[in-house]
Ligand binder design. Structure first.
Ligand SMILES: O=C(O)CCC(=O)C(=O)O
Length: 342
């Protein structure tokens, strides 16, 4: 969801949503009412998705809405059907309204034990202005920098230290979780599970780079959505959450967009290298490298540990590798820069 242009969906209008759903169902010809048959069709559509992603996503959404309707009286199954639409096709106002409807009155059972994340000594307070000044005074945004405590004013830095805050909002919702140490591991795989199940996992897993905000817009209240408009020369933003419950590891890679990476809960350590540093170790066209990077190529790494509230600015094309240990939440913002600043 793009916070710079999005129409906020805070208004829940069930009458409007039911009318839209009914209109949609009336257009389905034939209309399928057996959830098991729809499931088989959904599996087939998902398998063929790469053949024609636009048309097949539309078909996936349409079939899922029919399944949702057929599951009346089964709130969790109905809401999971809508979550699969969000994961595969993205969210929209209708899906968001229907989810609210499906889960009204369903509560999530709190985690009964969690270790609150203790704050190490503050690494200095600088605040939002530092990031704004750095962004404004740079001719070109082509050097990484850390702005200590720049996003510390976000309420998320305090509220999300207790995972139950996130779980109360979305514990029943489905999310795609990476299972395994990292994506180079032959046993690495992805599983869809509820956020509640994810938070109870003990084996290496990662809820990585997921737009949880389009699923749970209430979480946006804990961030400052217009912060980037005030601070940075961005005309649009793609925002993703990274939640770790065990240790996490993201191997060296680069991204095509500039990133403002906000550390919200816990600590994360980055190794950073300029674009030319690892070119010789990656396949043409690839943005990642295999396991064997010679030590001499890593000699000039910048090492930085982010604490809660710190922001790291990673220019497009810069290599980065990221480690964390224990409960950890970050929010990355890929910026679509204003003309003249890219
Ligand atoms: O936090 C992580 O594990 C990786 C973050 C990252 O690579 C990114 O935001 O581009």
């Amino acid at each position: 969801m793009d916070p710079l242009s999005q129409e906020m969906w805070n208004e829940i209008d069930l009458e409007w949503a039911n009318q839209r759903l009914q209109e949609h169902l009336n257009q389905c010809n034939p209309r399928i009412v057996d959830p098991d048959i729809i499931d088989e069709m959904l599996t087939d559509v998902h398998r063929r998705m790469s053949e024609d992603p636009v048309a097949l996503r539309a078909e996936y959404r349409s079939l899922s809405l029919q399944k949702y309707h057929a599951l009346e009286g089964k709130p969790l199954e109905a809401s999971h059907t809508l979550d699969m639409i969000i994961i595969i096709c993205g969210s929209d106002k209708l899906i968001h309204n229907l989810t609210f409807h499906a889960l009204a009155g369903v509560h999530f059972l709190k985690l009964n034990k969690h270790d609150p994340v203790t704050l190490k000594e503050s690494m200095g307070t600088t605040g939002i202005d530092t990031l704004r000044e750095s962004a404004m005074t740079m001719d070109r945004l082509d050097t990484p920098f850390v702005s200590r405590k720049a996003c510390w004013p976000f309420p998320a830095c305090r509220k999300w230290r207790d995972p139950n805050h996130i779980l109360e909002i979305g514990g029943h919702r489905l999310v795609p979780v990476e299972i395994g140490h990292d994506y180079r591991d032959p046993k690495w795989t992805q599983k869809i599970m509820t956020l509640g199940e994810y938070f109870r996992m003990a084996e290496p897993a990662y809820l990585a780079q997921f737009d949880l905000f389009s699923m749970l817009p209430r979480l946006e209240d804990d961030l400052e959505v217009d912060w980037f408009i005030r601070c940075l020369p961005a005309k649009a933003i793609s925002r993703n959450i990274w939640i770790g419950v065990t240790e996490t590891f993201t191997p060296f890679h680069w991204d095509k967009d500039t990133n403002v990476f906000c550390q919200i809960v816990g600590y994360k350590t980055f190794r950073i290298l300029p674009p030319e540093a690892l070119q010789d170790y990656c396949e043409p066209g690839s943005n990642s490298v295999g396991k064997d990077i010679p030590q001499e190529a890593l000699a000039k790494c910048e090492l930085v540990t982010l604490a809660p509230g710190d922001c790291l600015f990673i220019p497009a094309g810069w290599w980065h590798e990221v480690k964390s240990n224990g409960y950890n939440v970050s929010v990355s913002h890929w910026l679509i820069l204003k003309p003249g600043t890219e």
